[in-house]
Structure formats: structure tokens, C-alpha cells
Design a binder for this molecule. Structure first.
Ligand code: ADP
Ligand code: ZN
Length: 538
């Protein structure tokens, strides 16, 4: 790449001050900006709120001022495009977008301005980029040396391992092939090692410099509790710590979103539902209220949140477990973008594990894909089951080493752990014996009844009181046994057969537990809320 003149008005730090009104670059911004201004390719991994936008906006402005023409920003989210273009206009930067919300006249107007070099940043949806019409316009800019750079936002959308795969992203390889020499910067807030490698491969960024920021969000306190009555638990949590605060509560299904929103409203909380089954106008209205009014709790499916920039969300709750750690991280990352104290609170239980496994098993995907998904689910489960620092685990998942944070539930209130090895062996051998005796498998409830010696109708009907493990686990509470089952399933030492009424099946991994070779360590049931230490002031 030819060097460009970045003296005078196109110096990045001057643009930072004069256009954006900020005193200093944050974190790696300066390095990234310098690299891209100079014509280098970059892959930027930075957590939500880290300041990714400036990493391409400043190079775009600098290069435009140096006569290099227009920067194309590929973004999957219309709402985000509108926000960004609006903000750029306010800062006096010439920006525009091309997406489905424009009519023909407006589209032509933007295209004309772009071709005349009157636009510094042009935001376009990925499907637009790959149209012959748009490509021929880019060709024309390229020929005249007026294509300054490509920014590919939400770059994880290119990866099928990511949580938000968008096939249109795959076609973006065209940028590299057709416009070699035009610098490209790809940005994302979520990428584990696998997704990162996939981004590099799919977008042909092998030679790009990687800028990996810390993914730590120190102001977020992580708490994961065992699910009993999730809605009541959530209510207590909100009443105790977030009265009147804005928050987002994620649920798995639309029905559950509706129910929880009603429960919260009944309890006097200003809650609104949001899911894809609501009318677009209702969704828009709820979103607007969430953004504008104070103290609204949005109860939503994961359809809500991407690209919504509300800095003062004080908590994110999960009433159902997400699919994987990337999803969890992304969703919890919407809390505390202003840097103030915020909570990420999740309730999870055995049923979550069963549901998520079933969704994977029943998905039409290939076996390799399912294996990867199961592995990702297991990683989230072990985060949930962990009795040590959540943050250390979370960051560790993204390849980042850290020390106990002092600001998660486990650090603040170290859980008691107990040795569940004996209980695990007894459960597994009960499952084995029941299968031997009856030739069929049973679900968790029945197995626990046998182990605890409860003479239920079903136990009598199948003659299961004759099994040698009947009643030998009477000392274990049902909660304790559920914990053991959850962990056995989480670690693959036990399987749930979704196709046969969620019955429990032994696996290869059961053996070493049965033989007592695998230690099973469990957290004691979560301590009562009153024992929580008060929040540390910032
Ligand atoms: P991301 O896209 O990584 O989630 P944004 O680019 O939206 O983050 O930036 C998050 C917030 O931080 C925005 O309000 C932005 O204006 C602000 N910001 C970014 N960089 C700086 C900086 N150098 N100084 C002050 N504020 C910044
Ligand atoms: Zn911690």
C-alpha cells in the first residue's frame, strides 16, 4: 500500500478530538487506527462497548481527507446503521446507508453521491454488497482510486460456529478477491478460538494483523443460581438489587417471555415483552420505550438486543440458559456499557440442560456440527457448575488468563462444595439395574425415587422396590441428586434420550464414575440471598 499523508487535518488524533470530541484513544484504538490508516488489514476483537466504531471511522475520515475516497462499512443491522449514520451526521461527517428501508429514488441519490466521492462512510447490508449493481459501482470507484477501505462489522456472522451465522457474509470474500489492495478491517465482539479461526479463513484475513483486546468487563458481576422457581427468584433479585433500574431478561420461548412480563408487571415492575411473534409496530414501540424511558425491564427472546446501544442497562437476567458461552457473553455484555456497576444474573437447572441437548439432537445439522454444539454447551454448563471464579472461567474460554476477580458470586461468597462421587455412583448403578430389570429406561424423577426409597405407584407397578439400590440413597435430598444428575449430564457421564421421554441412559463416560475413578465435586445448593455480601462501591 502506498503511504498516505496523515499530517495536518488528517492526523488521527486530531480527528479524534475535533470530530468526535474525545480526549484520548482507548485501549488498542490508536494502534488499530494507525495500522488501518496506513493501509494494513486488521482483525479486531474487542468486547461490546470497547469502541470498535472509531477503529474504522477515523481511518475512513483520515483516508478520505487524504484523497482516498469512500469507505464501505458492511453491517448486518439496519437499526445500527441508522444510529451510526445519525451520529456521524451530528459530528459533521458525510455518511449514508444503503439498505431495504430506502426507496428507489433515495437509493439512487445515495449511489450518485457515493460515486461523486461525496460520502466518507457508506454503510451497506451484506446482501447489498454482493449485487452486480453495487459491485460495478465499487469497480468504478476502485478504478479511480476512490475506494478507501472496507470495514466488516460483526464479522463473526461469517462463521457457522458463531451464534449469529449469516450466509450473506460468506460472499464477502469478493472484497478481497476483486479489490485486492484496498485495506480491510473486520471487527467482532465475540469470537472464541474456533470462530476466530473461521473468520480468518472465510474472509481470507491470513495476513491481517490481529488486535485482541481483553474481554473482561470488570464492572459486571456474574451470578449463576440454581433454578427453583425462576420467576420468583428473578423478582427477588430485582427487588433486592435493582429496584427501578433498566434491565433485560432473556427467556427461551415467546410464551415464557409473555408470562414473565406479566408476572413482573403484577409485581409492580415496569416490564415489557419483546419477541419475534409480536407485531413489528409493537416491537418498535417497546424498543423505543426501553431506550427512552428510565427503568424499563425488557423481557425478551434473543431476538432483542443486537445493536441496541443503551449504556445504562443495570442488569441482564437469564431465566433459561443460552446455547453457549459466546451467547451468554454477548447477552450479558449488554449490561453496564457505561462502565457503572451492573449484574449478569442467570438461573439454570437440569431442564435447561435437557432442552438444549434436545435442540441440538433434533436440529437438522450434520453430526460434526452437532458435536461442536454439544462441546460448546458443555463449556457453558461447566461455567454454571463451577465453584471457582466465574470470570476466570469466562475469560479462559476466550483464551485469556486472569486471576480471581472478587466481583462474582463465587468470589464474593465461595460456595461450599461436597463430594458427590458416592451419590453419582449410586445413581448410575440404579439406572443400570433398572434397565437390566425392566429392559427400558426411565426419567430422572423415577430414578431418584428408587434411590431415595419412595414407594410411588410407578415404583410398585414396575417392582422397582426389589432393586438392590432401592432406598440406599435416602440421605440425599432431591436437590442434591438433581445437582449430581446435572453434572453427570454436563460432563457426558450420562445421556438424556430426548426421543424417549427424556429418559436417562448410561454412556461410555459412565464407567469411570461407576468404578469410582472419576471424582464428582458439586457446589452446595446456592446460599440464601441474605448471605450475599453487599455490593462493593466503585
Ligand atoms: P462497540 O461497537 O465496540 O460496542 P462503540 O464503538 O459503540 O463500541 O463505542 C462504545 C461507546 O464508547 C460509544 O458511546 C463511544 O462513543 C464511546 N467511545 C469509543 N471510543 C472512545 C474514546 N476513545 N473516548 C471516549 N469514548 C469513546
Ligand atoms: Zn470471581
Amino acid at each position: 500500500p502506498q503511504p498516505i499523508d496523515i499530517s495536518g487535518s488528517s492526523a488521527p488524533s486530531d480527528i479524534l478530538h475535533e470530530v468526535f470530541g474525545y480526549a484520548q484513544f482507548r485501549g488498542a484504538q490508536q494502534d488499530i487506527v494507525d495500522h488501518v490508516v496506513g493501509g494494513g488489514d486488521a482483525l479486531v476483537l474487542m468486547p461490546t462497548g470497547g469502541g470498535k466504531s472509531l477503529c474504522y471511522q477515523i481511518p475512513a475520515i483520515a483516508r478520505q481527507r487524504a484523497g482516498r475516497g469512500v469507505a464501505i462499512v458492511v453491517s448486518p443491522l439496519i437499526a445500527l446503521m441508522h444510529d451510526q449514520v445519525g451520529a456521524l451526521h451530528e459530528a459533521g461527517v458525510s455518511a449514508a446507508f444503503l439498505n431495504s428501508t430506502l426507496d428507489w429514488e433515495e437509493t439512487q441519490d445515495v449511489e450518485r453521491r457515493m460515486l461523486r466521492g461525496e460520502i466518507t462512510l457508506l454503510y451497506a447490508a451484506p446482501e447489498r454488497v454482493n449485487t452486480p449493481r453495487f459491485l460495478s459501482q465499487l469497480d468504478s470507484l476502485k478504478e479511480r482510486g476512490k475506494l478507501s477501505l472496507f470495514a466488516i462489522d460483526e464479522a463473526h456472522c461469517v462463521s457457522q460456529w458463531g451464534h449469529d451465522f449469516r450466509p450473506e457474509y460468506r460472499a464477502l470474500t469478493v472484497l478481497h478477491e476483486r479489490y485486492a489492495g484496498v485495506p480491510r478491517i473486520a471487527l467482532t465482539a465475540t469470537a472464541d478460538a474456533l470462530t476466530r479461526a473461521d473468520i480468518v479463513e472465510r474472509l481470507q484475513l491470513e495476513d491481517a494483523r490481529q488486535f485482541v483486546s481483553s474481554f473482561d468487563r470488570p464492572n459486571i458481576r456474574y451470578t449463576i443460581v440454581e433454578k427453583k422457581d425462576a420467576t420468583t427468584q428473578l423478582l427477588r433479585f430485582i427487588e433486592r438489587e435493582h429496584e427501578g433500574d433498566a434491565g433485560v431478561v432473556y427467556c427461551q420461548s415467546r410464551k415464557r417471555v409473555e408470562d414473565v412480563a406479566v408476572s413482573l408487571r403484577d409485581a409492580g415492575i415496569n416490564a415489557l415483552p419483546y419477541h419475534a411473534g409480536l407485531d413489528a409496530s409493537v416491537r418498535q414501540q417497546h424498543q423505543d420505550r426501553f431506550l427512552r424511558e428510565e427503568g424499563i425491564v425488557m423481557v425478551a427472546t434473543i431476538a432483542f438486543g443486537m445493536g441496541i446501544d443503551k449504556p445504562d442497562v443495570r442488569f441482564v437476567g437469564h431465566l433459561d440458559m443460552p446455547k453457549n458461552i459466546e451467547g451468554y457473553y454477548q447477552e450479558t455484555g449488554r449490561a453496564g456499557r457505561d462502565g457503572g456497576p451492573a449484574d449478569a444474573w442467570m438461573a439454570y437447572g437440569l431442564q435447561d440442560v435437557v432442552n438444549q441437548r434436545r435442540m441440538i439432537d433434533e436440529s437438522p445439522a450434520g453430526e460434526e456440527f452437532k458435536q461442536v454444539m454439544r462441546g460448546k454447551l458443555d463449556a457453558l454448563l461447566s461455567l454454571a457448575e463451577a465453584s471457582d471464579c466465574r470470570r476466570v472461567r469466562l475469560l479462559g474460554y476466550f483464551g485469556e488468563k486472569s486471576t480471581p476477580c472478587g466481583n462474582c458470586d463465587n468470589c464474593l461468597n465461595p460456595p461450599q462444595v461436597w463430594d458427590g462421587t458416592d451419590a453419582a455412583r449410586k445413581l448410575l448403578s440404579t439406572i443400570y439395574r433398572v434397565q437390566q430389570l425392566s429392559g427400558i429406561s426411565f426419567g430422572a424423577g423415577h430414578i431418584m425415587d428408587i434411590l431415595r426409597g419412595k414407594p410411588t405407584e410407578k415404583v410398585k407397578q414396575f417392582g422397582h422396590e426389589r432393586i438392590s439400590t432401592y432406598g440406599i440413597g435416602a440421605e440425599f435430598s432431591e436437590v442434591a441428586l438433581r445437582g449430581v444428575l446435572r453434572q453427570l449430564i454436563a460432563t457426558g457421564a450420562l445421556a438424556v434420550d430426548a426421543e424417549a421421554f427424556n429418559t436417562l441412559k448410561l454412556t461410555e463416560g459412565s464407567r469411570s464414575v461407576l468404578r469410582g475413578e472419576t471424582q464428582v465435586t458439586l457446589r452446595e445448593s446456592v446460599s440464601s440471598p441474605a448471605e450475599r455480601k453487599p455490593r462493593r462501591e466503585k
